[in-house]
Design a protein around this ligand. Sequence first.
Ligand code: FES
Length: 133
Amino acid sequence: MIWFKRFLGISSTPAPKDHACWKFSGYTIEIDLQRAPELAQPGGALRLEEKGLPQRMLVVRLANGNVRAFHNRCSHMRSRRLDPIPGTNHLCCCSRQGSRFDENGKVIKGPAHSPIAVYDVEVSGAKAFISLR
Ligand code: FES
């Protein structure tokens, strides 16, 4: 079924189960990690959209336990979303061409030719903060 999703450009990362697990104010995204079980394990991800966000975001728990945020827009056609690749720190475009990016946003495979923006995530207690400045 993956090929079918890719054919249609459907992301595998769902919207958060608890829509209230995050908020956006000023330039900062705040995530309540206790309400975001999607980020509990390496390879888990949250797809953040709307709520006034200037751009779609993908927040990923990396293999080393760190959390990192990415502009969720493939740099190839600039409309398709990205998903984490299980067992790696890499992302893959949801399209058939499937460009891949490393944890620093650099293209490692596929037709995309420019990197995607990466944002550090500051974790403090049970909260994660992402600055879009
Ligand atoms: S849109 Fe992502 S590889 Fe083409």
